[in-house]
Write a protein that binds this ligand. Structure first.
Ligand SMILES: N[C@@H](CCC(=O)N[C@@H](CS)C(=O)NCC(=O)O)C(=O)O
Length: 216
């Protein structure tokens, strides 16, 4: 099976979702930034929004990370990540939505404020409050088993892992020493994911890249 070309950088949580999906399904990827940049005419032909991730899988070109994740899981049947039973699917999708819409959005906001050198106290407080709400919902929804939605890896892990990376590491840039706090399920999950072979490698890549960007 030929590798899927993924245009993007591992630090993007949207790209990381796709890399985790491929990693857990055992699909090879070739990750690179588009040669002439994401707003180049050549790349805009692939993705009119000029965003990453964008993938090429044979003759198929797709963008929008959630769509890409669904496509990969539908096309490559081995190790399905989207449960077929309604209840399990709902649980996995709910964790994915909480992670993407609330936890990751707040984490990314912290990161973008830092990079833009924005220190508006009202914005910082509002983002902290948003992060708290997202993390509380995630704590209630997360399973206590090995993976986010149960004993097996699902799409929920592909969304929760990058979201938690930003929630924890970007909020730390604004003095939040421990974004997990007393949330026991998230704490145990996060500890397990550092040691997980697929997640651990991607988390290391995200961490290295974040340090590089903040340093320079
Ligand atoms: N909804 C898109 C969001 C992708 C996105 O915003 N990617 C960022 C990188 S984290 C990007 O390409 N930003 C460049 C830009 O918006 O110009 C998805 O899920 O793929």
């Amino acid at each position: 099976m030929a590798a899927i070309t993924v245009y993007g950088s591992v630090l993007s949580p949207f790209v990381a979702r796709v890399l985790l999906t491929c990693g857990y399904k055992g699909i090879a990827t070739e990750l690179s930034m588009p040669k002439d940049g994401i707003k180049s005419p050549a790349f805009l032909k692939l993705n009119p929004f000029g965003k990453i991730p964008t993938i090429k899988d044979g003759s198929t070109v797709l963008y929008e990370s959630a769509v890409i994740v669904d496509y990969i899981d539908a096309k490559y049947k081995k190790k399905k990540l989207i449960p077929s039973a309604a209840k399990a699917m709902g649980q996995a999708r709910l964790i994915s939505a909480i992670s993407a819409e609330y936890v990751q959005t707040a984490g990314l906001k912290f990161f973008r404020m830092k990079r833009a050198n924005q220190n508006v106290p009202a914005d910082i407080e509002a983002t902290k409050a948003d992060l708290t709400k997202g993390m509380d919902a995630l704590e209630k929804t997360l399973s206590s088993k090995k993976f986010a939605a149960g004993p097996s890896v699902t799409i929920a892990d592909c969304f929760a892992i990058p979201a938690l990376f930003f929630a924890i590491n970007a909020s730390a840039l604004f003095g939040i020493a421990d974004a997990i706090g007393s949330r026991k399920k998230i704490r145990a999950y996060w500890d397990r994911m550092q040691k997980d072979k697929v997640a651990g490698k991607i988390l290391q890549g995200m961490s290295d890249r974040m340090k590089q960007l903040l340093a320079g």
